[in-house]
Design a protein around this ligand. Sequence first.
Ligand code: AMP
Ligand code: TRP
Length: 335
Amino acid sequence: MKNVIDSEHSQTIFSGVKPTGRPHIGNYFGAMRQFVKLQEENKNGENYFCIVDYHALNLIQNAEEMRHLSLDVAIDFLAIGIDPKKSVIFKQSDVSEHTELAWIFDTITTVPYLKRAHAYKDAMTKGGEENISVGLFNYPMLMAADILLYDTDIVPVGQDQKQHIEFARDTAEKFNRIFPTQDGSTLGGGVFKLPEAYIMKDVETVPGIDGQKMSKSYNNTISLFASDEEIEKSVLSIVTDSDGEVPQNVFAIHSLIKPEKELKKIYEENKGKYKVLKDILIEDLKNFIRPMRERRGEIAKDLDFVNKVLEEGKEKARAVASQKMEQVRRAIGVS
Ligand code: AMP
Ligand code: TRP
């Protein structure tokens, strides 16, 4: 994999994960693995990984559950290798500038523009307008605020978030146009920097065990920290529609963890033997997941440490966000 960050130039990386349940290998290969890769490359820059609890509030409306799920994402981040010495791990709700800025963006965004969002359209086909909260409708503006508060250069995400990053760019441009800074001192005259999505081509949409996009809401996931038994159960239920005696879905998931060349040989040698191929995938997944799951188990025993990481993250993120908000307030004339 070639480097994204050139070591001479420090960059700002930002991404968010919703605390809505256990992460799956689609989240990991599609986005979270890139968090770690970028953290390692971006030695002189800033890396922010945010637990976006206010986004999750659209779905999780129970205090106990919200607390648990948010802490779980912090543990997940640490378990996959996000290092609090190199990256800021924090909760969105700990930095009130996110919601403050989202409101300001709401005032410069039109209803038809937000109606173009894929997530909104999906919700419309599923349940109709009566079931869509204003929070779900405005979701992209809160996400734009998350990203733009930190002068973000790069946002590692899966393909499903591409449109949201475009919305963030559009919103930054629109704000910069409507509210030019008086002194022209910031970022070439505008308050906000335009972010770029970082989407890895071959894993942009990881398929689930039914061949559709892997997603919590489709019940087709393989959990990133699954137990051996769960791995067996998930793999055995992969739907095996085949093309030339190669079970496509099994192969697609297998190619996440084994180089294509090795895989081709295995699948060639075991043409049509679906059970054998699934057993090989089970073993490979077990070996891949076990060390991360064990690490997660260790981290979960030390919640004081996890809470300390979140406390420190909050302070660091607040310092940056409050400065940016000062610029915003000046630009719109409320300071
Ligand atoms: P979420 O849990 O919805 O906050 O998603 C966290 C990250 O995982 C986002 O960057 C998503 O784009 C990414 N993601 C979710 N599902 C998939 C998938 N099936 N394939 C690739 N990336 C995904
Ligand atoms: N919308 C993203 C998702 O569903 C989560 C998210 C919220 C995010 N704010 C963000 C991702 C900022 C990247 C940057 O996965």
